[in-house]
Design a protein around this ligand. Structure first.
Ligand code: 4VP
Length: 180
């Protein structure tokens, strides 16, 4: 776990986080570059889902406080406010009704199933949306560097976040053999 202090946007880009929302949902998220994010979901309604190269809007609001927002092929919208120096964030997820009704469709490596996500968002209901606004506690901060495809490169497994926190997952160069 890096103990760096976040001041600039550059301090945030390339950073890898694990956090647990107050509702118990555990997420892993990586600021890949100034317009791209990767993530893995370890606990909660869609545990097991993972995504790479999602386009996102990433800005610094004031020194050390960052806002990230994106819309997904599923129709899910996400807004995250990171306060990494206080090891916390606030996230709001806006799920279309179909994801609440059929979460299992989204529990996969989404990049291989974009067509299914887009077909499902047309086939099933959008409304009423499920809004999930939660604070989260950051349990891990790693300096992965930007555009590191090894950070999120395999499906989540039980115990993965413990392995990462214990320093057992990545090598000294923040690399991990692809096990997809
Ligand atoms: C739906 C994706 C998503 C990714 C990270 C996060 O903190 C919340 C939602």
């Amino acid at each position: 776990m890096t103990e760096k202090t976040f001041k600039t946007l550059d301090d945030f880009l390339g950073t890898h986080f694990i956090y647990t929302y107050d509702n118990g949902w555990e997420y892993e998220w990586y600021a890949k570059n100034d317009h791209t994010v990767d993530y893995r979901i370890h606990g909660g309604m869609v545990a097991g889902r993972w995504v790479t190269d999602q386009e996102a809007h990433i800005v610094m609001l004031v020194p050390g406080i960052y806002k990230v927002a994106w819309t997904e092929p599923t129709g899910t919208d996400v807004a995250l406010d990171f306060v990494p120096n206080d090891k916390k964030l606030n996230g709001t997820i806006f799920f279309p009704k179909w994801v609440e009704d059929h979460p299992e469709i989204t529990v996969t490596y989404q990049n291989d199933h974009i067509d299914l996500m887009e077909a499902s968002r047309e086939k099933y209901d959008t409304y009423p949306k499920l809004v999930v606004p939660e604070f989260a506690k950051i349990t891990y901060i790693g300096d992965a560097g930007q555009n590191n495809d090894d950070v999120i490169n395999q499906a989540p497994y039980a115990g993965m976040t413990d392995d990462i926190r214990a320093g057992k997952f990545y090598d000294a160069n923040y690399r991990h053999p692809n096990q997809k």
